[in-house]
Design a protein around this ligand. Structure first.
Ligand SMILES: [Zn+2]
Length: 107
């Protein structure tokens, strides 16, 4: 097939698919030889989703609203994410602004 991004040639390969740093599995994919974009077939996408759900990774990234807390603002961390990260009340984390658009929470 041709890459829809750069029109380059793709080749079949077995790739390690990771979500949030966790290995979901190795899956057959078409990889663009030029820009390295990865393409999975519909069946493989379904298989990845199934495995991702089994591992509790599916839908882990989500939008949250910023709340006001006195003079500060607060970001609520959903239960699934705090469980994934083993975060507990009273623990300290380091907030590192990586850029004007990216906040990293270091545990
Ligand atoms: Zn490409």
């Amino acid at each position: 097939m041709k890459c829809v991004i750069c029109n380059g040639k793709t080749a079949k390969k077995l790739v390690e698919h990771k979500e949030f740093g966790v290995l979901v599995g190795r899956f057959p994919a078409e990889i663009c030889e030029k820009c390295e974009e990865t393409y999975y077939s519909e069946e493989i996408v379904e298989e990845i989703q199934k495995k991702s759900k089994e591992l509790g990774l599916f839908g882990l990234a989500r939008k949250v609203k910023i709340a006001e807390l006195g003079n500060s603002i607060a970001i609520r961390i959903p239960k699934e994410i705090s469980e994934f990260l083993h975060l507990k009340k009273g623990e300290e984390v380091l907030l590192v602004p990586e850029s004007k658009r990216d906040l990293h929470v270091q545990i």
